[in-house]
Design a protein around this ligand. Structure first.
Ligand code: NAI
Ligand code: MG
Length: 357
């Protein structure tokens, strides 16, 4: 079976970190008897420079055709003046929307030895492994009506609408329960049913879906409390399922618990057999682009997620994740996760080490 993958390195450090992921793919092809059909294209600012749009129609068509997209990062100061709908990030949003990638999986995990980038107590986060499942194509970021209007009084009013339907809630809940079944068997659903009707519907419908999963425990939590609990005692969570807005906030909070933006992968999945996109959580890091010092681990772990969730190559995904763990345990560090007394290495030396493992 041939696994097709569209690689979109993007801007800033994107091409540097993607080069290392590419080496892993080549290794897997050479050593595990796998066949990959790899294509590469532009997205974001570089696509805008070449075509005047952050995502060309041909690129979108390719993204639809392939099994999975692996993206680096987009954006940078060069494109700050560009029209809102042609800015680099619009290319990314377009892929998510057009491929209807409704489920955003954001793991937050701590690698040992811990990165000392947060002021949190080590015992609070040591061994942390949580998965946030965020609804990605509905809710208040897309609901109608929306816009800024001027009232007869001359006052202006900004409007966004939070809407969810039962089918939208059901499909994201199924993703969360399926994942929890393969993990530690617990789903926490976060909404604000105390003040929002959409939250009340969310709670009721997640409850309905939970009946299909007798082996998974369901807990409901108000989203603000969930934020508090994430900081207070994050290891109580396994899978957190939540809407687009709360998921945006809670996943960033969870990411910072790990103190390692350069190591966190993500997946955005559509319906079974549909599209999928994998990308690091971090951006294009223009402050360090071109220096060869970016951490490639988030991108390499994103590739591991693609192996696991789209290509159903769990063994190969384990190989990659274990290699990353082994390298970190061995004490090798890129600048962003630097610790006193450890050897600071470049992007490509980190890639070498992971390949060796
Ligand atoms: P950022 O994630 O690019 O950088 C934040 C800080 O983390 C910087 O100091 C950066 O050097 C560091 N960092 C990030 N990734 C790293 C890595 N792999 N290795 C070492 N250090 C790393 O976020 P920022 O600065 O807010 O945004 C920069 C640009 O990226 C903006 O144009 C923004 O719009 C875009 N962006 C794109 C995203 C995407 O493509 N998915 C997501 C977030 C931001
Ligand atoms: Mg965010």
């Amino acid at each position: 079976k041939t696994h097709s993958l569209l690689i979109l390195p993007g801007d800033g450090i994107g091409p540097e970190i993607m080069a290392q992921a590419r080496r892993i793919i080549d290794w897997l092809a050479d050593n595990r008897g796998l066949e990959f059909d790899i294509s590469e294209d532009l997205v974001g600012g570089c696509a805008y420079d070449a075509h005047g749009v952050p995502l060309a129609d041909e690129t979108l068509a390719k993204a639809r055709e392939v099994d999975a997209v692996l993206l680096g990062a987009v954006g940078g100061p060069k494109w700050t003046g560009v029209d809102y709908d042609r800015r680099p990030e619009a290319g990314l949003l377009k892929i998510r929307k057009e491929l209807e990638l409704f489920a955003n999986l954001r793991p937050a995990m701590c690698f040992e030895p811990l990165v000392d980038a947060s002021s949190l107590k080590p015992e609070l986060v040591s061994g942390l492994d949580i998965m946030i499942v965020r609804e990605l194509v509905g809710g208040i970021y897309f609901g109608e009506p929306r816009g800024i209007e001027t009232l007869p009084s001359g006052e202006r009013r900004g409007v966004n609408t939070q809407v969810y339907t039962t089918s939208e809630i059901h499909r994201i809940a199924h993703v969360a329960f399926d994942l929890a079944g393969k993990r530690r068997g617990k789903v926490t659903s976060a909404e604000k049913c105390n003040v929002m009707e959409s939250g009340l519907l969310w709670r009721e419908e997640v409850e309905v879906v939970s009946k299909d999963y007798p082996n998974v425990e369901l807990e409901h939590m108000l989203a603000d409390n969930c934020g508090m609990q994430l900081v207070r005692a994050p290891k109580q969570f396994d899978v957190i399922v939540t809407d687009n807005l709360f998921g945006d906030l809670l996943s960033d909070v969870a990411a910072m618990l790990t103190g390692s933006l350069g190591m966190l992968p993500s997946a955005s999945l559509g319906v079974k057999g549909g599209g999928a996109m994998y990308e690091p959580v971090h951006g294009s890091a223009p402050d360090i682009a071109g220096q060869g010092i970016a951490n490639p681990i988030a991108t390499i772990l994103s590739l591991a997620m693609a192996l696991r969730y789209t290509f159903e190559l769990g063994e190969e995904a384990d190989l990659v994740e274990n290699a990353v763990n082994a390298v970190l345990e061995g004490g090798m560090r890129t600048a962003d996760i630097m610790q006193p007394g450890k050897a600071k290495v470049s992007t490509s030396v980190m890639g070498d080490a992971i390949l060796r493992e």
